[in-house]
Every structure is written in C-alpha cells, then in structure tokens.
Design a protein. Structure first.
Length: 300
C-alpha cells in the first residue's frame, strides 16, 4: 500500500507554505499537536525526515522538497479530476475562478457573489485581480475560467470575448501640484517635467502593456489602480484615472481634473472565457456579467 496519500501531500504543502505547524493548523482547521503527530507518523512510515525543526519553525529537507516538487502537481491534477467528475455528475464545477482587471474594484461584484452563493450549487468561488495584460494571461494560461479584462486580448488565446462597456478617464492631480497652477491645457512637454504614477502590468509571459505613459517619463509604478489613485491624492505624481473611481476625490477637492492636449481614449472592457469547458457555474457568470460593472461604465 502506498504510504503517500493526497491528504499527506496537502499536509506537507500547508506546513511548507506557512513555515510552522501552527500556521498550517489554521489553514487545515486542526490543532498543532494533531499536525505534529501526523507528520511524525508519516516520517516514520516513510523511513526518513521531511522537515528539520528549529523551535516552532520548520523547513523542508531535500527529500521533502523533492516530494513537494512532484506532489503539488498531483494535487493540481486531483483537483482538476474532482472538478471534471463533479461537472459530469451535477453540471456544476467544483471551483470557478474569476479574474478581473484592477481598474474594477472587487466590491463591484458583491451583488453577483451574493446571488451566486444563493444558488447553493456547491461550486467554490475564487476571485483574483490582475493589471492590464495580466488578466488576459491568467485566462490563456488556465489560471482563470472567466475574466473581465481591459483592452483587447492577444491573438490566439482560444477564448471567446464580448465587449461589456467602456470607462472614461480624467487627468488628475492635487490642487497644489505645479501642473494645476498653469491654468491652461497641458502639453506633452508639461507632463514630461513631472513624475507620472502608473499601474504596472501584471503579465508574466505576455508582452507588457503601457497606457498613458510618455517616452522618457519619470514614473512611480504601483500594483493597482487603487494604489495609483492613493499616490496621486498624496501629491506624488500625475496621471489618468477612471472618472467613476475618483468621484469622491473630485467632489471633495482632494484631486482636481485638468485639461490635456492629448486626452486618453475610453477603455473598453471585455468579458472573456474559454468555451471548451462550459460548466453551469461558468454559464451563470457569463450571463450575469454581460453588463456594465461600475457607475460610469458606458454600455456597449
């Protein structure tokens, strides 16, 4: 009989990720003593140590590292198998992964999440957020089942996409920023003299996408649109931001909108998915999200 089970691999994986039995116990909802006993029993059955102990901290031995290198693939494969079996039996996937562009806050999906949970279909919902091309990449590489992405996706992705709306942008700075003192439409040279705040592209393998940045521009790169707005509200730089996302800042004077000679075009949002595995949860989300997600997003 095999001494390694999927449960044992999952246990070792949780400990390795958290670096302690106590950390793994929270994820697995077990007391640390139970975790410690299970690891000791497994090591006894295998005949070698999986972890080195240093007080409360633990680290994988070379044998443990090799076990996890292959074992994590087994966990992923088992998860996919479970999902396919469940989909065959009930029509609903075991998990649905939705990834949205960082231009849209996760809170915009709250009503959709509540409606989906009310189905009691048993599908686990996992929501992620990426910037720019990173959203398309998540779909192409199988890290997402359905995405709400900004800008047209790369060719050859094997996905279907429909436009669901567009978002207007405003060029904003604080009232005390030097650009706000010019009192005229801003030219390219005006912007080059000051630091821009930009959202970094989340793509790992696809080509980065850069929007609204001039060649040679001094920049601060941040991970999300929310971080960009916060930086500009703090007076750290300038840039285009979605008008719908800064209504409060504009109404209260935290930010002011300036006229520029080269405004940014509206950003189109796309709902995209791969059609080869259309479970009931994916069908539900595809139909549900075929609409604008934020006030200020113009429907197509």
């Amino acid at each position: 009989m095999l001494k390694l089970t999927l449960e044992a691999i999952e246990l070792v994986d949780a400990i390795a990720r958290h670096g302690s039995f106590a950390g793994a116990s929270e994820q697995l909802h077990k007391v640390p003593s139970t975790i410690s006993y299970a690891v000791g029993k497994l090591e006894e059955q295998l005949g070698f140590a999986l972890f080195t102990r240093n007080g409360p901290r633990v680290a994988l031995t070379p044998a443990g590292q090799e076990m996890l290198k292959e074992g994590r693939w087994l966990l992923v494969a088992a998860g996919h198998l479970e999902s396919r079996m469940r989909q065959i039996a009930t029509g609903f996937e075991s998990e649905l992964r939705l990834v949205h562009d960082s231009l849209i806050p996760t809170s915009a999906f709250n009503d959709d999440i509540c409606a989906f949970e009310d189905l009691h279909c048993g599908t686990r919902l996992r929501i992620g957020c990426e910037a720019l091309t990173g959203t398309w990449e998540a779909l192409r590489e199988g890290r997402a089942d359905i995405v709400v992405a900004a800008g047209e996706g790369p060719a050859g992705g094997g996905y279907k996409a429909v436009a669901v709306g567009s978002l207007e942008f405003a060029f904003c700075v604080t009232a005390t920023h030097p650009l706000a003192q010019l009192k005229r439409p801003l030219a390219r040279n005006d912007l080059l003299e000051h630091t821009a705040v930009v959202v970094g592209d989340g793509a790992r393998s696809l080509s980065d996408r850069t929007v609204g940045l001039l060649a040679g521009q001094r920049r601060i790169t941040v991970p999300s649109m929310q971080a960009k707005i916060a930086c500009q509200a703090a007076g750290l730089g300038h840039g285009f931001v979605p008008r719908a996302c800064v209504r409060h800042e504009l109404e209260t004077g935290i930010l002011v909108e300036l006229v520029v000679q080269e405004p940014r075009a509206d950003e189109t949002f796309w709902l995209a998915w791969k059609p080869e595995h259309m479970g009931e949860a994916l069908k539900w989300w595809r139909q549900r999200l075929a609409r604008p997600l934020l006030p200020g997003i113009l429907p197509h």
